[in-house]
Design a protein around this ligand. Structure first.
Ligand SMILES: O=C(O)CCC(=O)C(=O)O
Length: 197
């Protein structure tokens, strides 16, 4: 005899998306501001005994004195530029978060990409939150469970959208931005909390 039937659940990451957090004209202004006003850095990765340029550029801004370390890279905060600090406050107000830093990732074309990761660095605390504003051309943000059997979900992120990976997402789900056939540029602003009480 078989037991009671349980309806299969569709597991998806606890992610919320606000598609027009920034209206289109504002998102375009932000794209220009980020391109012109930030200091973009080429990171390097070591694989099989050789060093390569990562297929993306990054920029970092945080409240003074904050430090963010991952995969051999260290970023130090020297204060948030005023427009970014206003944006951080707006995101915090909307999401009830206490983000104090932004790691920006610049995908110069569809050839630039970001591999699977879960932002598990100790500087982000025990249960990190992460929110992402997208600017420029749409790109896919892919999620998969860290353990097998793997579940996978993909979101197409348009300019101006705000995606929030709520608490618990990063401990179960990895994410990536796969390469694709597209020629335009995308910049993502990844909001993080580095100061812990
Ligand atoms: O570019 C994106 O949308 C993802 C950024 C990201 O994965 C991160 O900041 O950890």
């Amino acid at each position: 005899m078989s037991g009671p039937k349980v309806a299969p659940s569709i597991a998806v990451p606890p992610v919320t998306i606000r598609p027009e957090f920034l209206e289109p004209a504002k998102a375009a202004c932000w794209l220009g501001w980020c391109q012109r006003r930030l200091r973009w850095r080429q990171e390097r990765v070591r694989m099989f005994g050789r060093e390569y340029d990562c297929r993306r550029l990054v920029a970092f801004a945080a409240e003074a004195g904050l430090r963010y370390r991952y995969s051999g890279t260290e970023h130090i905060g020297y204060g948030l530029p005023r427009p970014l600090s206003v944006l951080v406050k707006r995101v915090n107000l909307m999401l009830g978060t206490v983000f104090d830093s932004v790691l920006l990732t610049r995908y110069r074309s569809g050839n630039d990409q970001l591999g699977w990761h879960a932002d598990g660095e100790p500087d982000l605390g025990p249960e990190p939150d992460l929110a992402v504003i997208s600017l420029g051309v749409p790109r896919t943000l892919a999620f998969r469970t860290a353990t097998k059997p793997r579940l996978a979900v993909r979101y197409r992120l348009e300019a101006g959208s705000l995606l929030h990976m709520g608490a618990g997402t990063l401990s179960v789900w990895q994410h990536s931005v796969p390469a694709e056939r597209s020629s335009g540029e995308r910049i993502s602003l990844g909001f993080r909390q580095l100061r812990w009480p």
